[in-house]
Design a protein around this ligand. Structure first.
Ligand code: PMP
Length: 426
């Protein structure tokens, strides 16, 4: 009898909800630049970067050297009971980059924990447990962050500790009508008045990630912030996907919305794959956690060393500008594909967050089954992309920010081939 495959062993040893892409799951064994290599030695251009975590590419010598040097000290972890130089330096760096008034930064291990920390601070600050979140938002899977995530298919966590008001995200409803910003704001005001009492926080993604790289319309976040601030609440911008220059125009997604958040949460791309997350925000807000927050691994020497080296790389190579230029080039390529493939509906991009809606050519409705076929065909062609969207029909492209023009053009060619292959129904 042949040995069970790794996929079969995973099914036996892990819960069923730990799912993988592709019927024939991929095992990545090595990474080089923007490429990954599977167990059979096949190379793929990686345009999803481990869900936007591999921000500057695989096997970056400067990052590997910094991490190795830290390992060579024999110290991986010391706990926050002692001073950690790389943690302090990283906090200083993050504070400078975030540019928020009178701010401090602290570190945890994931995006969910970062949002937990910011939400807990907001709750402790004014004693309210009422949180406003955007429709189709995604903020994590812990009890609190799940409770404020409203994306269909990612059910809100039951028994969450909050009163949650889900505000409109400004996108067209089922009738196709685009709501006016003023109407969205008036609706939120009316519902908060009905609910009564203070609000702790408004939590938003400046570009909604899992929802399919949609940005709220201009003015919406600013107006929502005013409504929530009038009821005593703070603005938390969840920059887990949008941070570190990925949107191209700015270092942070919030800057495009003309708001100044009270706290920014981050994770994913900061460590270029090392587990790290954190919050940068006003000292008074984060001080409300006094005596309440400690993370054993948060800010550990290995993760903060990797993060410092990643931020150095981002700054030295001006990768924010690169994200803007390569994002524009890819968006042009996607627009060409949209004209030649009738299953491609809308395409959009915010720097290196690019989305391709797969829709039924006849009805124009979201077509999740075809999107999954394109995802698999892209893998067969040698290109890894992501999937998302409230209806599961959005292909997501988010390559490392070191992506070259040649790789961008190759990816468009591979996606073209994948759309052709997936469009040919057998
Ligand atoms: N916020 C956003 C915007 C995210 O995209 C994610 C993860 N996809 C999270 C929070 C949660 O991060 P993590 O999975 O690291 O807990």
């Amino acid at each position: 009898m042949s040995a069970p495959t790794l996929a079969a062993r995973q099914r036996a040893a892990l819960p069923g909800w730990v799912t993988t892409y592709y019927d024939d799951p991929l095992t990545i064994q090595r990474g080089e630049g923007r490429h990954v290599i599977d167990a059979d030695g096949r190379r793929y251009l990686d345009f999803f970067g481990g869900i936007l975590t591999t921000s500057v590419g695989y096997d970056v010598p400067a990052i590997s050297a910094a991490v190795r040097a830290q390992l060579d000290t024999g110290v991986v972890h010391t706990s926050t009971l002692y001073l950690i130089e790389s943690q302090v330096r990283l906090a200083e760096r993050v504070i400078r980059l975030a540019g928020l008034p009178d701010s401090v930064a602290c570190f945890v291990n994931s995006g969910s924990e970062a949002n937990e920390t910011a939400l807990l601070a907001a709750l402790c600050r004014n004693g309210s447990n009422h949180v406003v979140t955007l429709a189709d938002g995604y903020h994590g899977r812990t009890i609190a962050t799940g409770a404020v995530s409203s994306l269909p298919g990612w059910q809100p966590t039951p028994h969450g500790p909050f009163r949650v008001t889900v505000a409109a995200n400004g996108r067209p409803g089922p009738d196709g009508r685009v709501p006016a910003v003023g109407d969205c704001v008036a609706d939120l005001e009316r519902r908060l008045d009905q609910a009564g009492g203070p609000v702790a926080a408004l939590i938003v993604e400046p570009v909604q990630g899992l929802a399919g790289f949609h940005a709220p319309p201009p003015g919406l976040l600013h107006r929502y912030q005013q409504v929530v601030a009038a009821r005593g609440g703070v603005l938390i911008c969840d920059e887990v996907q949008t941070g570190w220059g990925r949107t191209g125009r700015h270092w942070w997604g919030y800057e495009a919305h003309g708001v100044v958040p009270d706290a920014v949460t981050f994770a994913k791309g900061l460590g270029n794959g090392f587990a790290i997350g954190g919050v940068v925000g006003s000292r008074s807000l984060l001080d409300s956690l006094a005596g309440r927050s400690i993370s054993t691994f948060g800010g550990n020497p290995l993760a903060t060393t990797a993060a410092l080296a990643t931020v150095d790389h981002l700054l030295e190579r001006d990768l924010r500008r690169c994200a803007g230029e390569m994002g524009a080039r890819l968006l042009d390529g996607l627009r060409v594909l949209a004209r030649s493939h009738d299953m491609v509906g809308a395409v959009r991009g915010h720097g290196l967050m690019l989305a391709v809606e797969i829709t039924d050519p006849v009805t124009g409705r979201p077509d999740a089954a075809s999107a999954r076929r394109v995802l698999a065909a892209a893998r067969d062609a040698g290109l890894l992309v992501g999937l998302g969207g409230a209806a599961g029909n959005v292909l997501r492209l988010a390559p490392p920010m070191t992506v070259t023009a040649e790789e961008a053009d190759t990816a468009i060619g591979l996606l073209d081939a994948a759309l052709n292959a997936a469009g040919t129904r057998v």
